[in-house]
Design a protein around this ligand. Structure first.
Ligand code: DQA
Length: 152
């Protein structure tokens, strides 16, 4: 069965308790359930991962790129957390692995501090979902699936 990867970067393990006024009160485990449901509806297997470590995320991106090339995966929905605004290494990993990525942010980063307005990930993302709260996760899975089906 074809799969989709949902990848979460630093501090997203704290979802539900970290700044609920910004990120809401849904936990990452509940987000995983929402993603399971959406992936299932689309006939996809879900791989759901979170790490606070840049190197681990890079390794998973490389692995996901190989899975896409092998025809086993449609790509990844990726919330890079604060790495969005800092990491050339993650930009290079996505580009190097040729991984189709939908960049996702729970909050509307453009309404927040100026340091959150720049993303190193956006130039190598296929699409971006911003500011829909945790509902953005199923939306992004759906969008990635539609892009894949269009062959674009
Ligand atoms: C975030 C936005 C980032 O600026 C922040 O560092 C996060 C979460 C979001 O989902 O809104 O950790 O990616």
């Amino acid at each position: 069965m074809t799969s989709v990867l949902v990848l979460n970067g630093p501090n997203l393990n704290l979802l539900g308790t970290r700044k609920p006024e910004v990120y809401g009160s849904t936990s990452l485990a509940d987000v995983e359930k929402m993603c399971e449901q959406e992936a299932g509806r689309l006939g996809l297997d879900l791989t759901f991962r979170q790490s606070n470590h840049e190197g681990q995320l890079i390794d998973w991106i490389h692995e996901a790129g190989r899975e896409v090339k092998a025809g086993n995966s449609i790509g990844a929905v990726y919330n890079p957390g604060a790495h969005t605004h800092t990491s050339v290494a993650l930009h290079d990993a996505i580009e190097g692995a040729e991984l189709p990525v939908i960049e996702l942010h729970i909050s509307n980063v453009h309404k927040r501090e100026e340091f959150r307005h720049h993303s190193f990930i956006s130039p190598v993302a296929r699409g971006i979902v911003v500011g829909f709260g945790v509902l953005g996760y199923p939306l992004a899975i759906n969008g990635l699936h539609q892009l894949f089906q269009q062959g674009s």
